[in-house]
Design a protein around this ligand. Structure first.
Ligand code: NAD
Length: 327
């Protein structure tokens, strides 16, 4: 895979789950990495080991503040924009803050990227943009109506990115992430994602709670596949590959019941009692889509994407990481 080396890269949201993994990866290739984060959901522990690295700069700042965005973007070759407030339920509870960060903050980053004359901004889009579209697998051109305030904000990002290309010539690529999981994903808090939440519950011998009957399915995507997509998107030079969006996924789907069965299997290697923990079932959650499965053909054809980790391979890695670091 073509690497990005000896470049300056701004990672917004660089103290978060995906952002901190990107920072760590990019530093291995002699890049200078600038991390802009306000620690709304990001954590110092994710980047603690990078703080003394000579090529790493942390800017504590807010993407809702244009001058913070300008300061962070100045001198950058690329921007990997990850900063946002994730979670559908959070956006339902507080649509105004989600919109401020995810839409106004995104617009600020586009303006800062334009003014800094960077080569390309790669941004975190979302599978939630498929909304109520029932077609499977999801192909980039066919989307439905959004099902949550969060989904609207992520779709608006795509619209703004297109306009900035047309109006100011700013090159962007949007990566529609599908349920990303792996090391450093926060298991705590009301808005934690299912995999780290279930892992922590099982490690504590608590029953995981599924919203619904467990037959909803997701295209769970291991973090290393997401890193690969970010690198490929930065490296892309073919005009056809730019100023568009890509599904960022493995291209397979797993039900929540099967997910729990796999987690129990892998965790039982560390603690056999976990195999006997029962699952609790609750009501479906507002704004959840029943099934999600990506076509990854566009990313394969235009970016040369070859996911290296299946969901099962990724789960084994993630479970071992949580056991070692958080048990
Ligand atoms: P995360 O919450 O771990 O990371 C987001 C980071 O952005 C955090 O470090 C947070 O402190 C920072 N941030 C939030 N508001 C900010 C602000 N106003 N100014 C500066 N920094 C701010 O979440 P993540 O899972 O790493 O998600 C990264 C990106 O990927 C987000 O844009 C998210 O919407 C998107 N995404 C994630 C998934 C997933 O499955 N994890 C799926 C689809 C899209």
């Amino acid at each position: 895979m073509k690497q990005i080396e000896n470049s300056t890269i701004l990672v917004t949201g660089g103290a978060g789950f995906i952002g901190s993994n990107l920072c760590e990866y990019l530093l291995q290739y002699n890049n200078k990495v600038v991390c802009l984060d306000n620690f709304a959901t990001g954590r110092t522990v994710n980047i603690q080991h990078l703080l003394s690295h000579p090529n790493f700069t942390l800017i504590v700042g807010d993407i809702r503040n244009l001058s913070d965005c300008h300061k962070a973007a100045t001198g950058a070759d690329y921007i990997l924009h990850q900063a946002a407030l994730g979670s559908v339920p959070r956006s339902i509870n507080d649509p105004i803050t989600t919109n401020d960060v995810n839409v106004s903050g995104f617009l600020n980053m586009l303006v800062a990227a334009r003014d800094a004359k960077i080569k390309k901004m790669v941004y975190a889009a979302s599978s939630s943009t498929y909304g109520d579209s029932e077609s499977l697998p999801k192909v980039e051109d066919v989307i439905g109506k959004p099902l949550s305030p969060y989904a609207i904000t992520k779709y608006v990002n795509e619209l703004y990115a297109t306009i900035f290309q047309r109006t100011y010539g700013l090159n962007t690529i949007g990566l529609r992430y599908f349920n990303v999981f792996g090391r450093k994903q926060d298991p705590n808090g009301a808005y934690a994602a299912v995999i780290p939440k279930f892992v922590m519950q099982l490690m504590d011998h608590q029953s995981p709670v599924i919203n619904g009957d467990g037959n909803y399915s997701r295209d769970f995507t291991y973090i290393d596949n997401v890193i690969q997509m970010n690198v490929l998107a930065m490296a892309a030079e073919n005009p056809e590959a730019m100023n568009t969006v890509y599904n960022t996924a493995y291209g397979d789907r797993t039900t929540l019941n099967d997910l729990i069965a796999s987690l129990k299997k892998y965790l039982s290697d560390f603690d056999p009692k976990i195999a006997t923990i029962e699952t609790i079932y609750g009501p479906n959650r507002v704004g959840d889509i029943p099934h999600s499965l990506a076509s990854i053909d566009k990313a394969k054809n235009l970016l040369g994407y070859q996911p290296q980790f299946s969901m099962q391979q990724g789960l084994k890695e993630a479970v071992a990481w949580y056991w070692e670091n958080l048990k």
